[in-house]
Write a protein that binds this ligand. Structure first.
Ligand code: TRP
Length: 334
């Protein structure tokens, strides 16, 4: 608890470009959480180097991501948006937790198996202990809830196991975090294959709308979106492409699927796709304008980065000191 509020922690990697799916499925909902929770959103650059990165590129993407979160409406005074690498407690706690995590547990992580298959030439120890760093992220802030995608649930599970194991030995040191399911956002599918989630790493560039796509690109991608030969805008489980477009239009306009089906009764897919594209551009254009404005204001963003790193560092240090004391490190001399 911080100031009577429950704590929420989530981390995001600055790899790949955020998509409309990330925005409608997650980010948009986060905007409403800061009243209820004390929120920490970390740009997890320590995690990013578990696969090889170009340094300049990583630095620039990290800053863009941080700026984009603010442009999307997360108030940086209410939400602690910061770089993981600016708070060294993450690495320190991670080491300690490594000593409370078993090889066998880490060996079961499906993401490790997937990533080591993908990066067979660089199966480094960091990739293996990635979930422990993630546990450190979460436990440092005594987070009550962690909004994560399905792919990260296993890492949250191991975080809970590590925390419980530690607490069983040393007393109640860590809050045991729960996954945040909340009001789930719209699940946005690929425009080229509506059985697959829209992903920032899709090789087919027409499959995803990126948050920084301009209006022409957005409209063009929607025109090419895969549909069916029914030729009628209906909301059902067989016309998956149209179903996805209705979900997107609904999320962007606030109209219900029923209203949308009525609106396009008797109209062709061409008209519908254009309307969906325009509704998306209506949301992304002002977001992009805010992004470019913010990006120009270097001093403002620098100020946020510094202030939030200090704020995060304050809470992280409190937990780290407690842990260091529990495991038997000597007290600091003041
Ligand atoms: N591993 C997460 C991902 O790739 C990012 C992450 C790092 C994270 N630390 C976290 C998510 C802590 C939630 C909580 O998506």
């Amino acid at each position: 608890m911080i100031d009577g509020k429950k704590v929420l922690f989530s981390g995001m990697q600055a790899t790949g470009n955020l998509t409309l799916g990330n925005y409608l499925g997650a980010l948009k909902n986060w905007l409403t959480l800061s009243d209820e929770y004390e929120c920490f959103y970390s740009v997890v650059d320590l995690h990013s180097i578990t696969v090889r990165q170009d340094p300049a590129e990583l630095r620039s993407r990290a800053r863009k991501l941080l700026t984009l979160y603010i442009a999307a409406g997360l108030d940086p005074k209410k939400n602690c948006i910061y770089y993981q690498s600016h708070v060294s407690c993450h690495a320190e706690l991670s080491w300690i937790l490594n000593c409370f995590t078993y090889m066998g547990e880490l060996n079961r992580m499906t993401q490790f198996k997937d990533k080591s298959a993908k990066h067979a030439d660089n199966i480094n120890a960091g990739l293996f202990t990635y979930p422990v760093l993630m546990a450190a992220d979460i436990l440092l802030y005594q987070a009550d809830v962690v909004p994560v995608g399905k792919d990260q649930l296993q890492h949250l599970e191991i975080t809970r196991d590590i925390a419980q194991r530690f607490n069983a030995i040393y007393g109640d040191v860590f809050t045991i975090p729960e996954p945040y399911l909340g009001k789930s956002g719209a699940k946005i599918m690929s425009l080229q294959d509506p059985t697959k989630k829209m992903s920032k790493s899709d090789e087919n560039l027409n499959a995803s709308i990126y948050l920084m796509d301009d209006k022409d690109t957005i409209i063009r991608k929607f025109k090419r979106a895969v549909t069916d030969s029914e030729g009628c805008v209906a909301y059902n489980d067989t016309q998956l492409g149209i179903h996805n477009l209705i979900d997107i239009y609904s999320a962007c306009t606030g109209k219900t699927p029923e209203e949308i089906v009525k609106e396009f009764d008797g109209k062709g897919y061409g008209d519908f796709k254009l309307a969906v594209g325009e509704s998306v551009a209506d949301i992304l254009t002002p977001l992009q304008a805010r992004f470019y404005e913010l990006e120009k204001d270097k001093a403002y963003i620098d100020g946020i980065i510094k202030e939030n790193a200090e704020k995060a560092g304050y809470y992280a240090n409190k937990t780290l000191r407690k842990v260091q004391k529990k495991v038997g490190f000597p007290e600091r001399i003041r």
